[in-house]
Design a protein. Structure first.
Length: 165
């Protein structure tokens, strides 16, 4: 799971700048966002996410791992942080994927933010890259009062349910 406010910011930048235009939905989102200022674009993003059921989907994960032992739920920021190795080890074991420690460490290195972003460290932003910034909590830099109010109107409960409040 991921903080839905961070998902909104990521969705905005990906659709505005970096997603390939492979579907009509991609093209419509890009064209719509290009005609808006950032604040209106973020509100459009939040409303689209609600329409597509993103917030309900996220909320459905709450407690799923307690109800069903075949389900594991991880936080995005834990899987992308410095201490991700033990969580990936747990995930691979849960999925019955046997991988030697050195191979798992190499895999995590090969697919690290720094590697995928061609040398940038997490927190160094490139809005044109699909790997824009790679940090948790970045929504705080982008949500102004109007964006936050609209988000709260539409999806505030999910932030609490997911434990991000």
């Amino acid at each position: 799971m991921r903080d839905p406010r961070d998902i909104a910011v990521s969705w905005y930048f990906s659709n505005r700048y970096s997603h390939p235009m492979v579907t009509d939905a991609n093209r419509v989102a890009r064209e719509t966002l290009e005609g808006m200022n950032f604040e209106d674009g973020m509100i459009y993003t939040i409303e689209e996410m609600a329409q597509w059921g993103v917030f309900e989907g996220l909320q459905s994960w709450v407690g799923a791992d307690q109800k069903d032992s075949s389900v594991l739920v991880f936080r995005f920021e834990d899987l992308t942080g410095k201490d991700a190795y033990p969580l990936f080890r747990q995930l691979f074991a849960h999925c019955d994927i046997r991988l030697p420690d050195d191979a798992l460490r190499q895999l995590l290195d090969d697919f690290s933010f720094e590697r995928l972003s061609k040398g940038r460290k997490q927190g160094e932003e490139d809005i044109m890259s699909h790997y824009r910034k790679g940090i948790h909590g970045d929504w705080q830099h982008y949500f102004d009062d109007r964006i936050a109010a609209r988000f709260d109107e539409i999806a505030a409960d999910v932030v609490t349910y997911l434990g991000y409040a």
